[in-house]
Design a protein around this ligand. Structure first.
Ligand SMILES: [Zn+2]
Length: 332
């Protein structure tokens, strides 16, 4: 039986499902506090499911990509930085945030034999750093530490599980709305109409949330490198300058990404550098709530992005296709 026919027959069940979900979402005790930033979010994905998703994706990733051996100095360097950062995260206990998902995390830090300057994180504690990024920061442990800490920040803040929760919730609510419209005698939704709704949800909900998560991972990354004794967080600016230069070197596609950053899943490097500078000027530490507000404001408005100073040209630029592929898997 098709979904539309089912909706015609049992619209009350769909409405009840939607109301139940809304109740679950709105219950205050379902909201979790993100460690270090204090932002509250709703995550309905159980920790065990989150970990399993991370493990499965990690296994697929390793099966499809070549890995630098663990004995390689680059892999040992990333593993050492990662261990120090994870220790700092555990010792800080999330500055009062929700950390239950970290208790059974099986952290792995691997280096992929990929020349693209990028890194990614998977739920449950899997962090991948490309060899191209390590080569770019060959003599700058503080910058590389910030990259690793940013990725750890995504895991600490349960960003993947939050996105999954949002996607499931919006799909269910949209289906309920269709069921209600049909029950009221409205026209059956067209394929074009459904695609339009999906596009609006993507542009209005998921991309802004994705950008907010990048700012948040930056904020947590700064806190973690400080707590781990790996710098004061200012090395992050060099990282953003590198990515800014990469966007420049990418040519017209990169320029468009910078001008229309609100269409991207990631804020521009200049916007991120600006937000981190604001955070550093706050002095860090427990000024997290104020910093979180500043970071959210950093998306625009009063916090207009400032262009980061020019950096040394990158060794290579990613193609647009490469960039989109990496963003899809939660790249740096
Ligand atoms: Zn990120």
């Amino acid at each position: 039986m098709g979904v539309l026919r089912l909706a015609r027959r049992v619209p009350k069940a769909w409405v009840a499902a939607g109301l139940f979900l809304a109740w679950r979402l709105l219950r205050r005790d379902r909201r979790q506090r993100v460690p270090f930033t204090g932002r509250k979010h709703v995550v309905l994905v159980p920790e065990a499911v989150e970990r399993a998703l991370g493990e499965t994706t990690f296994a697929r990733l390793l099966a499809s990509k070549r890995r630098v051996p663990e004995s390689d100095p680059r892999a040992r360097r990333v593993a050492a930085l990662g261990a120090a950062i994870v220790r700092a995260a555990a010792a800080g206990d999330g500055a009062g945030g929700y950390v239950d998902h970290l208790r059974d995390a099986a952290w792995r830090f691997v280096v992929l034999d990929d020349p693209a300057v990028n890194a990614c994180a998977l739920p449950g504690g899997k962090v991948c750093v490309n060899a191209g990024l390590i080569d770019r920061f060959a003599g700058d442990d503080a910058a590389l530490a910030f990259v690793v800490a940013h990725e750890v920040g995504h895991v600490v803040a349960r960003h993947s599980a939050e996105q999954l929760t949002m996607q499931a919730a919006t799909q269910l609510v949209a289906t309920v709305a269709q069921g209600v419209a049909l029950a009221a005698g409205g026209p059956a939704p067209t394929k074009q109409g459904a695609q339009g709704v999906e596009t609006l949800l993507e542009m209005g909900l998921f991309r802004p949330r994705s950008r907010e998560q990048e700012y948040e991972a930056d904020a947590i990354g700064v806190e973690l490198v400080r707590a781990a004794g790996l710098g004061d967080g200012s090395a992050s600016i060099a990282v953003f300058q590198c990515f800014d230069a990469l966007a420049d070197a990418a040519g017209a596609a990169g320029a468009m990404t910078k001008q229309l950053s609100f269409l991207s899943t990631h804020p521009s490097p200049a916007e991120r550098a600006h937000a981190v500078r604001e955070r550093l000027s706050l002095g860090g530490g427990r000024a997290v709530a104020a910093a979180a507000g500043a970071l959210r404001g950093g998306r625009g408005g009063a916090h207009a992005p400032q262009r980061a100073p020019a950096a040394a040209p990158p060794p290579q630029a990613r193609s647009k296709a490469e960039q989109m592929k990496v963003e899809a898997m939660g790249g740096y």
